[in-house]
Design a binder for this molecule. Structure first.
Ligand SMILES: *Cc1c(COP(=O)(O)O)cnc(C)c1O
Length: 384
């Protein structure tokens, strides 16, 4: 293996996560699998076939480049929806290929109509409304003009969806804000209906909303983090945990395992400093192992003197600062450690486990950030 580490992606874990989610959502609700950020670091090209093998036929991306990768990977003619960035000049590609996209401003709406007219193909659009996120979305005061334009141009538009996004459904601290957003969304929905404007689907919920605010589950939900086996936050997990009283086991399974190998070993004497600077002085005679994974590979510098990895089935500590390409770990207490031994950075080894959550807690990165920072060029291998 020429690379210094690799990632394993578990297909069976994915299947179980989707089963759990579908159970929570009910059979009527379509899951759109959110694969932005290189499928949260798992690799778009890996996740699409796995997801399609368990029946997922709808994918959401942030941008056009990601949508093009989904398009190239899909074997089942799945629906693709761009939620964020698409340049007006790329609308032609989207419309020609049945790729759907959010429309949250008049500039994009006008460009879509113009492109659809020219191509003589209807653009499949999802109207995003502003309910309180204050990022993107048509404002309440824009609704009349918007409605007029939608009706006038119905020959060029397919109204695939009416949508919004919640500002922090993963924390109870945002409860009132989310409730107000739900209310606002329904006001929009009712208003459009009163004008005779119908949308094919209604969708607002991300993972956290789907799990904590069941009233946000509509025809479709946009599930990102949960399908990869992570709770949007500790809070979401705790609130759900009470309802899962039956077997008290975490129903979401991590797909990802991150492994490397010991590059070399070195004896260090008591009083020696290890690594750059003077952040770590050996408190005893030590044996340290070099592991060829550093911040350049997504192993945060914040884990200097804090991170843990698994070697010989035991939890061992990072000593000294995390460098660009490597870390040093204290293996003094491991009996039979040798060069080439497997190092688990995230995942299980014998009876011990390092979860992304515990890894993130010590580096103050949330799951989302850690996962998406895993470089695209670390080899990823699908395992059962
Ligand atoms: C990222 C995103 C989602 C999915 O969020 P998760 O918390 O990962 O489930 C849904 N909708 C929009 C608009 C998003 O940007």
């Amino acid at each position: 293996m020429p690379h210094t580490s690799h990632l394993e992606i578990s297909k069976s874990a994915y299947r179980r996560n989707i089963k759990f989610l579908q159970n929570q959502l009910g059979t009527e609700t379509v899951i759109s699998s959110v694969v932005k950020g290189n499928a949260y670091g798992h690799g778009i090209e890996n996740i699409i076939p796995i997801a399609e093998s368990v029946g997922i036929r709808h994918f959401s991306t942030f941008s056009t480049d990601e949508a093009q990768r989904v398009f190239a990977s899909s074997q089942k003619n799945s629906t693709i929806m761009i939620m964020g960035m698409i340049e007006n000049k790329d609308l032609e590609w989207a419309i020609k290929n049945n790729v759907e996209f959010f429309v949250f401003e008049f500039d994009r709406l006008l460009a879509s109509i113009k492109t659809a007219k020219r191509l003589k193909i209807r653009a499949k659009i999802h109207i995003e409304v502003e309910t309180g996120f204050h990022r993107t979305g048509f404002e309440w005061k824009e609704k009349e003009i918007l409605a007029e334009m939608l009706v006038e141009n119905q020959a060029f538009l397919e109204l695939s969806g009416l949508c919004t996004h919640y500002a922090g459904a993963e924390s109870i601290a945002n409860y009132v804000r989310v409730q107000n957003q739900i209310k606002k969304y329904h006001e929009f929905k009712k208003w459009f209906l009163s004008k005779g404007i119908k949308f094919e689907t209604h969708h607002t919920a991300c993972s956290a909303a789907s799990l904590s605010y069941p009233e946000t589950i509509m025809d479709m939900v946009r599930i990102g983090i949960a399908q990869y086996g992570f709770w949007p936050s500790q809070e979401t997990y705790m609130s759900k945990f009470k309802q899962l009283a039956v077997n008290r086991k975490n129903p979401l399974k991590r797909l990802i395992t991150w492994k490397s190998k010991i590059m070399s070993l070195k004896r260090v004497e008591i009083g020696d400093f290890i690594g750059y600077g003077n952040t770590y002085m050996a408190p005893r005679n030590m044996l340290v192992a070099m592991v060829p994974v550093g911040y350049g590979h997504g192993f945060s510098r914040m884990l200097s003197n804090l991170g843990k990895v698994l070697i010989c089935g035991k939890i061992v500590s990072v000593v000294g600062t995390v460098t660009m390409n490597s870390i040093c770990v204290d293996v003094t207490d491991l009996k039979e450690v040798k060069k080439g031994d497997e190092v688990v950075i995230i995942g299980k080894q014998k009876s011990n486990e390092i979860t992304v959550a515990s890894f993130s807690e010590s580096s103050q990165q949330v799951n989302y950030e850690l996962l998406t920072r895993l470089p695209q060029d670390i080899p990823r291998k699908i395992v059962y």
